[in-house]
Design a protein around this ligand. Structure first.
Ligand code: PSU
Ligand code: MN
Length: 311
């Protein structure tokens, strides 16, 4: 596993020492995924959802070149408000540290750092994946290859619907990333409940996820990630027709503006939020809060498991 020079927040350090449940949270959704000023409020609500579930939140990010696991509130305020926060994937971490910058960690970077910190559960909104037109652009998120080698459970609402979902599922299969639906055998579509593809497995409680994680360790396959795909309930999703219309429009704008690379995801998410007059933002926030609550329950179940099963 990769080693990182990590500074732990006070509460996270204490929780690690005491063996209390901890849930990792990413900072890219704060700095680049959600619009201001909602981003700060939501960042705090996500932590609150984890606490309400009985676990300690460990929001991960870089402040002045220091990699922090368990950002405190002033640090979160800084990453939510500053204009020059870098978007950091794994390959960027050392460069950013050397340059002493502020940075927000993506799913890839957050997973790698969390696993190195011994944190086994991570909640986010939707993963990165294979972009549409990847056959020409080669644009596939480093989230995928990183998760292939990172032992962590990631609670998400599938991959962002702006991506090629089918191709992403194929890549997850190739890369050996375990994917289970939470109370569903359909892969969720982030803003929408159903992403259009079947899953082979589903789990129906946090305790069953804890069993699955224990079984992986027992069977000697602890290297890669387990995705727990948690669909937004149908009555809380973004209207699928509206979703498809706004997405088509956003992809056209992207093309016209010539936006590529790591700017693609923030651009499309921002387009969704403005074109749906905040409806997609509300769904995005609900997704993240639900995932944070489930991740907390999984972290708690994982810690309680030996007692529950008698060994
Ligand atoms: N999910 C969201 N909002 C986001 C992201 C995910 O709901 O902003 C971020 C995650 O940090 C993810 C990143 O790792 O987008 C993927 O970016 P890219 O496609 O450039 O790899
Ligand atoms: Mn990309």
């Amino acid at each position: 596993m990769t080693d990182f020079q990590i500074r732990y927040g006070t509460e996270v350090a204490a929780a690690r020492q005491a063996g209390r449940p901890v849930v990792a949270l990413e900072s890219t959704i704060i700095s680049h995924g959600l619009p201001r000023p909602d981003n700060l409020r939501v960042a705090r609500e996500i932590e609150q959802a984890v606490r309400a579930g009985g676990a300690v939140p460990a929001t991960i990010g870089m402040v002045g070149g220091e990699l922090v696991v368990g950002l405190d509130d002033p640090q979160i305020v800084r990453l939510a408000g500053a204009d020059d926060v870098a978007k950091l994937s794994v390959r960027d971490l050392a460069v950013a540290a050397a340059n002493r910058v502020d940075g927000a960690t993506t799913v890839a970077a957050t997973s790698a750092v969390a696993a190195a910190a011994g944190i086994g559960v991570f909640a986010t909104g939707g993963l990165g994946g294979v972009h549409r037109e990847a056959a020409q652009t080669f644009d596939e998120s480093a989230d995928l290859t990183t998760l292939a080698g990172t032992p962590i459970a990631v609670v998400c609402a599938g991959v962002k619907s702006i991506l090629d979902v089918g191709a992403t599922l194929e890549r997850l299969e190739t890369l050996g990333v375990t994917v289970v639906g939470y109370r569903s055998r359909r892969f969720p579509g982030f803003f929408v409940t159903d992403g259009g593809f079947d899953l082979d497995w589903s789990v129906d409680s946090p305790e069953r996820v804890a069993d699955l994680l224990a079984a992986r360790a027992a069977h000697g396959v602890p290297r890669g990630a387990v995705l727990v795909a948690n669909p937004v309930p149908a009555d809380e999703q973004l209207d699928p027709a509206l979703h498809d219309r706004v997405l088509t429009e956003g992809l056209t704008m992207l093309d016209r503006a010539g936006i590529t690379g790591k700017a693609v995801t923030p651009f499309l998410l921002a387009h969704f939020h403005s074109a749906t007059a905040g409806a997609s933002l509300a769904v995005n926030v609900r997704i993240i809060l639900r995932n944070a609550a489930l991740a907390a329950a999984i972290a708690v179940a994982t810690v309680n498991r030996p007692a529950r099963t008698g060994g």
